[in-house]
Design a protein around this ligand. Structure first.
Ligand code: ATP
Ligand code: MG
Length: 282
């Protein structure tokens, strides 16, 4: 792990729903220019962690730091304004609006926060710090996501893979400092998933910090610089993909488990499961 300051850090985060501790003392960091993965079985607490980072859910304890500043007490919209962007496990798009207008919503929200016109993000215009007008920015985002051919199509008429890109486009239009993606590859076919992985890599290469929740373990292993593994709300392992992949606790709880999602995850990660064997390797 790098010594550079993380763009996002969560420290000792816990979330309780009544008597159920859904997230327990979770700490993790996201760095500029890197994709960090957050993986674990169904119900492990991944989405709840996202909700606590965004302020949708109030944590019982712990802190969320964005660029070193404690944002734990801020309401959701102020966290978004300071640079927390996200997409949702259950796709959230305006289905009757066109692709361009969905992206424009993110951009208009940002413009309502500030009329300042900072240079366009590097992933859109390259390293040169140039300003672009709003219509151009929408076009650039749509083009960057490979959606130019469907720019005027209502999102409800598009396949899931394209609609997920639209949701990503809306999040990017708000120019987040860090992007939280909750199962962005769900509903995508193999080809779309591969393309999506490349796109994420390009976003990170342009400097964005990404926290990725994803059950497609093959994708996670390919694109993430580091991983945290949640099980029953607790981080049971953290490290590089290869460290995590050979961790006994992870194999037992997730990659080598018997649940349907774990089996699918293990298969897509190329981890062979023996009959009744709780795990392999390590
Ligand atoms: N609003 C809520 N009220 C009560 N319990 C909740 C609430 N939201 C989540 N939970 C519970 O908290 C636990 C963690 O759920 P969460 O949705 O964060 O898991 P997840 O890791 O995102 O799972 P999945 O991979 O299925 O999306 C689960 O036991 C879930 O039932
Ligand atoms: Mg979830």
């Amino acid at each position: 792990m790098s010594g550079a300051s993380p763009v996002l850090a969560i420290e000792g985060l816990s979330v309780r729903f009544g008597g159920h501790l859904a997230v327990s003392e979770v700490s993790l960091q996201v760095h500029d220019g890197r994709i960090s993965g957050l993986i674990g079985p169904n119900g492990a607490g991944k989405t709840t962690t996202f909700n606590a980072i965004c302020g949708v859910t109030q944590p019982t304890s712990g802190r969320v730091l964005l660029e070193g500043r404690d944002i734990s007490r801020l309401p959701t919209h102020q966290r978004a304004r300071r640079g927390i962007g996200r997409t949702f496990q259950r796709l959230e798009v305006f289905s009757s609006l066109s692709v361009a207008d969905n992206v424009r919503v993110g951009l208009e929200i940002r413009r309502s926060w500030s009329r300042r016109r900072p240079p366009a993000p590097q992933f859109l215009v390259g390293p040169e710090a140039i300003e672009v007008d709003p219509d151009t920015e929408v076009d650039l985002i749509v083009g960057r996501l490979g959606l130019a051919e469907v720019v005027d199509v209502p999102v409800g008429a598009l396949p899931t893979g394209s609609a997920r890109k639209v949701e990503l486009g809306r999040a990017l239009a708000a120019r987040p400092r860090v992007l939280l993606l909750d199962e962005p590859a769900s509903g995508l076919d193999d080809r779309e998933t591969e393309d999506f992985g490349h796109l994420l890599g390009e976003l990170a290469a342009a400097g964005l910090g990404v926290l990725l929740v994803e059950h497609d373990v093959a994708l996670v292993m390919r694109v993430c610089a580091e991983l945290s593994v949640l099980n029953f709300g607790q981080v049971i392992a953290a490290g590089t993909p290869s460290e995590v992949q050979s961790n006994r606790a992870v194999l037992d709880a997730y990659l080598g488990g018997r649940s349907e999602s774990a089996t699918t995850a293990a298969e897509s990660a190329g981890v062979a499961l023996g009959p009744g064997d709780p795990g392999v390797g390590s």
